[in-house]
Design a binder for this molecule. Structure first.
Ligand SMILES: *[C@@H]1O[C@H](CO)[C@@H](O)[C@H](O)[C@H]1NC(C)=O
Ligand SMILES: *[C@@H]1O[C@H](CO)[C@@H](O)[C@H](O)[C@H]1NC(C)=O
Ligand SMILES: *[C@@H]1O[C@H](CO)[C@@H](O)[C@H](O)[C@H]1NC(C)=O
Ligand SMILES: *[C@@H]1O[C@H](CO)[C@@H](O)[C@H](O)[C@H]1NC(C)=O
Ligand SMILES: *[C@@H]1O[C@H](CO)[C@@H](O)[C@H](O)[C@H]1NC(C)=O
Length: 781
């Protein structure tokens, strides 16, 4: 009987496909379907049965081909992902237990010396106090991992915590090749949304359908967050020294969610769901949307992170590499730690010396030895040889042969230009910014002797080429340079900036961390440039830049703090990192913005640069939990249906009982104030919890006094201005009022900045203030 019915089914499917061509041609793609679990009928033994029968319950003409379930979700959201036609998706939306049907969408990865720049020391502070986070599991959701790297081998580690359960899904079956260990405790991969997007199986000649990293990004981020100690690490001789992850003894679980053409929301959510279900403590996610951040309820990073936060899992994400423009920061949900990128005190100088003796500073990771100089060679501008940007196939070989070629920067892969010059017979390259790129330069592993210079040097070199009768140049590679000239940190020019496009009342990014020229492990399954057609090099370590590199530094700090404070909320850990961040560079001046050379602002660096040892003892924390975040969603006027996607049981939230008057009232460790006119007044409420080790005792009670640095044009008042704590874990509240006192004449500057700090003489609990006068209002004055 059963046999018969399955034959019948098969036969029927073939018939129906032949009879209705629309069923085969109708475009099918992946969707995320949120369901309300409280409505699961008792007749469905499992959620999967329920979701399958939901798909089978669609009207007859929408059943062929039947929707195919690719994932079920249970931790960060409740529901499933399925391959559906547009009409099937539309019909599902009308079913009462379906809360939302969201089309899949791609996002992208935001493409050592750093521990000592962070002042982490094995002998004192956060490292020894946290035992290097050895009982913490960090889930790295990225392009996979190269398990054979020395960074993922630590024979001294004992078995991982028993609360963590996962699998190791590499294809290598040889016993010696079994790559998981007490360090790399698991590796999984999520590709079904990606394949639905491709419309065909993954091309395994191009990427590996396994957790193996064939790109390098995931290996780099994983070793930054928790790589073991590797001495003598370097990239082709650059940055030689000891490489180690921030949470040096934490365990790594890799979840491959990003593929050659992006990271798809269905796969991202599957990875987050698995990481939470497996028992990870921290999720490090160096990826996000490109362009404006989606609404919180349709952004997989946002909604996934909300679910993770509910389970006490800290989610740290990159801010994006779309700077230096305004409103470019992504991953802006208040429950996410949003990390921008800054420079460290390490540089790879490679100077250009022209035939007239003038010298221009550049940077390079060209794989020559230290202190080498190219011969004095004829210099030509790409624009005089067929292509100013040195685009492939356009350079005239008879013009560039044996010369150094000046190429203008564009938005394409920059290392590729050296390959183009090489193919055309050129001997070297100067990559020069044009005006729109300003002075921000990146040290790159060029394929020929090459360096990169800023826009003003570029202009001077172009002028020299057009005026000299026989222009020449040499490039002097000076190796690795460590020191406080130029001062560090600076905010990287590419680091995405605020204001927060979705909710200007929440300051984003939250902090900055090292993200420029970061040395970390690389995969041997790809070249260091990812240009495998022209680059046959394989390396164990690579130096790359991006907010992707900054995020795992903060994920690592969060892991160290989680080890020390297992009971703290995710918000408390985030608060500790933010309120102890610093704002001065290593020359004692305000941190600068690499893009402009001017003083950076909280819209660019958030609370400032992370300071892990200080974060160990913050004094006070701004705590918050799921109820506060739901109140925040009410305060931004999300509908009941939208908010129900965040409540695990799909229940609706009664916003009238939620008390936030304004989204800026969320108990956040920073302040962003939006004035709608020149005489506006905004009041926020905050509550701080005393987590200092001293309550009332022989030494008296902890007394915190406020110090205020008002933004120009704003009167800031804090009441009360003194907080007296009687015990540990006690919470006290205060109100902060911002009054715009701008005169009409001063209305040309529409942003100002300041800070407040609570201090008991030992701790300084600092919060930045950013103020915007809404443009339309100001300009209409
Ligand atoms: C399989 O394991 C061996 C032994 O460690 C290793 O050399 C090889 O690269 C691995 N192959 C793949 C495809 O990971
Ligand atoms: C670099 O090399 C030149 C020539 O070989 C030598 O004179 C100079 O001292 C070297 N500089 C450094 C910093 O090693
Ligand atoms: C390349 O440059 C040479 C020398 O200036 C010139 O004779 C030739 O026409 C150029 N070729 C092209 C394709 O422009
Ligand atoms: C303070 O609260 C934490 C949990 O957040 C708890 O682990 C700790 O024991 C409490 N300390 C005191 C002195 O009550
Ligand atoms: C929410 O709606 C209220 C009432 O319509 C309005 O005053 C407020 O500005 C809205 N808030 C946001 C963040 O849109």
């Amino acid at each position: 009987m059963d046999k018969h019915s399955s034959y019948l089914l098969l036969f029927f499917l073939i018939l129906s496909q032949a009879a209705s061509p629309t069923a085969v041609t109708d475009h099918r793609s992946a969707y995320i379907i949120h369901v309300s679990p409280s409505l699961q009928p008792s007749t469905s033994p499992t959620p999967f049965h329920w979701y399958s029968s939901t798909l089978r319950s669609l009207p007859r003409h929408l059943r062929h081909p039947i929707g195919r379930i690719i994932y079920t979700y249970d931790r960060v959201i409740v529901g499933f992902a399925a391959i559906l036609t547009g009409p099937q998706a539309a019909a599902l939306r009308l079913i009462p237990h379906i809360l939302a049907v969201v089309p899949d969408s791609p996002s992208f990865p935001h493409i050592t010396h750093t521990p000592s720049f962070l002042h982490l020391s094995p002998s004192s502070g956060l490292w020894p106090q946290s035992s290097f986070a050895s009982s913490i599991v960090i889930a790295v959701l990225d392009t996979g991992i190269y398990p054979y790297s020395r960074s993922f081998i630590d024979p001294d580690l004992s078995a991982p915590p028993t609360t963590f359960h996962t699998s190791c899904e590499f294809q290598n079956s040889s016993a010696s090749g079994r790559p998981c260990s007490n360090k790399l405790v698991g590796a999984k991969f999520y590709y079904k949304g990606y394949e639905a997007y491709l419309g065909h199986p993954i091309d395994e000649t191009r990427e590996s359908k396994s957790p193996l990293d064939t790109e390098g990004h995931g290996t780099h981020t994983a070793s930054t967050v928790a790589g073991a100690v590797v001495s003598g690490a370097s990239f082709l001789g650059y940055a030689e020294g000891e490489a180690r992850g921030i949470a040096t003894k934490a365990r790594i679980a890799a979840y491959k969610i990003c593929w050659a053409e992006g990271c798809f929301a269905t796969d991202v959510l599957a990875g987050m769901d698995a990481a939470v279900s497996d028992g990870a403590n921290v999720i490090s996610l160096s990826a996000g949307s490109n362009g404006k951040p989606p609404d919180y309820f349709s952004d997989p990073f946002s909604i996934g992170a909300f679910g993770a936060t509910r389970h006490g899992v800290i989610v740290s994400c990159s801010a994006g590499n779309s700077g230096p423009g305004d409103y470019t920061v992504v991953n802006t949900s208040p429950w996410i730690m949003t990390v921008g990128a800054s420079t460290v005190d390490r540089d790879f100088p490679a100077d250009v010396v022209l035939g007239d003796g003038s010298l221009y500073k550049g940077v390079s990771l060209y794989a020559g030895a230290d202190n080498i100089t190219t011969a004095d060679l004829p210099l030509v501008y790409g624009g005089d040889a067929g292509s100013a940007q040195c685009v492939s196939g356009l350079l005239n070989s008879s013009v560039v042969a044996d010369k150094i070629v000046l190429c203008d920067r564009d938005d394409n892969v920059l290392v590729e230009k050296g390959g183009v010059v090489k193919l055309a017979g050129g001997a070297g390259m100067i990559l020069a910014n044009t005006k729109e790129y300003g002075e921000g330069v990146i040290a790159l592993p060029h394929l020929i002797p090459a360096t990169m210079v800023g826009a003003s040097a570029g202009n001077k070199i172009r002028a020299y080429i057009s005026s000299a009768s026989s222009p020449t140049a040499t490039i002097v590679f000076r190796g690795t340079f460590i020191g406080d000239d130029p001062p560090a940190p600076k905010v990287a020019f590419f680091s995405s900036r605020g204001p927060n496009y979705r909710t200007p009342e929440i300051l984003k990014p939250d902090v900055i961390a090292p993200g420029v020229n970061i040395l970390a492990a690389w995969t041997r399954a790809a070249s260091p440039t990812n240009l495998d057609d022209i680059d046959s090099r394989r390396v164990d370590f690579n130096i790359i830049s991006g907010t992707s590199m900054a995020c795992p530094h903060v994920s690592g700090i969060a892991a160290l703090l989680r080890e020390v404070y297992p009971d703290w909320s995710t918000a408390a850990i985030k608060s500790a990192i933010m309120t102890t961040a610093y704002n001065l560079d290593n020359s004692g001046e305000d941190i600068k913005d690499q893009a402009t050379g001017k003083k950076s602002t909280p819209f660019i660096h958030g609370a400032g640069h992370v300071d892990p040892n200080k974060a160990l003892d913050p004094g006070l924390v701004y705590d918050a939990g799921i109820d506060d975040y739901l109140a925040f969603l009410c305060s931004i006027n999300y509908s009941k249906a939208q908010i129900s996607l965040f409540t695990r049981d799909g229940s609706s939230v009664d916003c009238s009982s939620k008390t936030l008057a304004n989204p800026g009232d969320l108990n956040y460790p920073s302040f962003s104030v939006v004035f709608s006119n020149l005489r506006d007044v905004v009041t926020y409420k905050r509550t701080v919890k005393n987590v200092g080790d001293l309550g009332c005792g022989d030494l008296g009670c902890r007394v915190y006094n406020v110090q205020i640095s008002s933004p120009p044009g704003v009167d800031v008042k804090v009441t009360p201005s003194k907080l007296v704590f009687d015990s540990v874990n006690q919470s006290l509240s205060y109100e902060i009022t911002f009054a715009s006192i701008k005169s009409t004449e001063a209305a040309t500057t529409s942003r100002q900045f300041g800070w407040i700090s609570w201090s008991d003489g030992v701790h300084k609990v600092r919060s930045p203030i950013a103020v915007i006068w809404q443009h339309s209002q100001v300009s209409s004055m």
